[in-house]
Design a protein around this ligand. Structure first.
Ligand SMILES: Cc1cc2nc3c(=O)[nH]c(=O)nc-3n(C[C@H](O)[C@H](O)[C@H](O)COP(=O)(O)O)c2cc1C
Length: 202
């Protein structure tokens, strides 16, 4: 018999699904709630206690600016009509999202710690990814839809400045987490059988 907490947590993990920001409801999410969720999500395993995650919680005008930048990245030099169209579509989808939290991983590769232990670069990224998953689960538990995107908006030269990135030389984007209320019904995602991926001596 599984413990009650295990059942609740398993349900949240299994029911979490990526949802389309274009279908989020245009209902604002209180920033105080998101800040609380961020503070809980930070409690992830972290080798050497480096606390690598940085959070950029954007208001609607910043979200629109980031949407514009992504549209420009996708459009490239403007010579390909297909890319131009995709840029327009993503500019609108991103720009109109009710919520966007950008999570970066801060690692100073020149520091003595990292020079001595280069594995920290991957370990910091792993911790930041755990924090992003914590956030996805907390959103799910709170009735908020979420999409983790890695659309390469950071390739735009204005990106760091636009989000007021603190230390662009040491930060890389791990996730753009679009969030919002949604009534999109989505079922569980089926996976390949565990036996295909598990070696167990028990
Ligand atoms: C590191 C990472 C990057 C992702 N980047 C994108 C992305 O750029 N665009 C996108 O549509 N989905 C992105 N996703 C969402 C995945 O496509 C999604 O998790 C996958 O399709 C499985 O669906 P599920 O989340 O509903 O289980 C990303 C997910 C992760 C973990």
């Amino acid at each position: 018999m599984k413990a009650e907490k295990t059942k609740v947590l398993s349900e949240i993990i299994k029911n979490r699904r990526t949802r389309k920001p274009s279908k989020f409801l245009p209902k604002p999410v209180p920033s105080s709630l998101i800040k609380e969720l961020i503070d809980s999500a930070r409690h992830a395993p972290n080798h050497h206690r480096t606390e690598p995650a940085r959070f950029y919680l954007l208001n609607s005008s910043k979200i629109q600016e980031v949407g514009n930048l992504f549209g420009e990245v996708l459009a490239g030099d403007g010579s390909n009509p297909t890319l131009l169209q995709k840029g327009q579509r993503k500019k609108k989808e991103w720009g109109e999202a009710p919520g966007l939290l950008i999570v970066t991983c801060h690692t100073d590769r020149e520091s003595a710690l990292v020079q001595n232990r280069p594995a920290i670069i991957d370990e910091d990224y792993a911790t930041t990814s755990c924090i992003c998953q914590n956030l996805c689960l907390l959103f799910e538990a709170e009735g908020l839809a979420c999409k983790w995107s890695t659309g390469a908006v950071w390739e735009h030269p204005q990106f760091s400045k636009t989000i007021q990135m603190k230390d662009p030389n040491c930060e890389r984007v791990v996730a753009l987490l679009f969030y919002g209320y949604s009534d999109q019904p989505l079922g569980q995602r089926s996976l390949s059988p565990l036996a295909d991926h598990l070696i167990s001596n028990y």
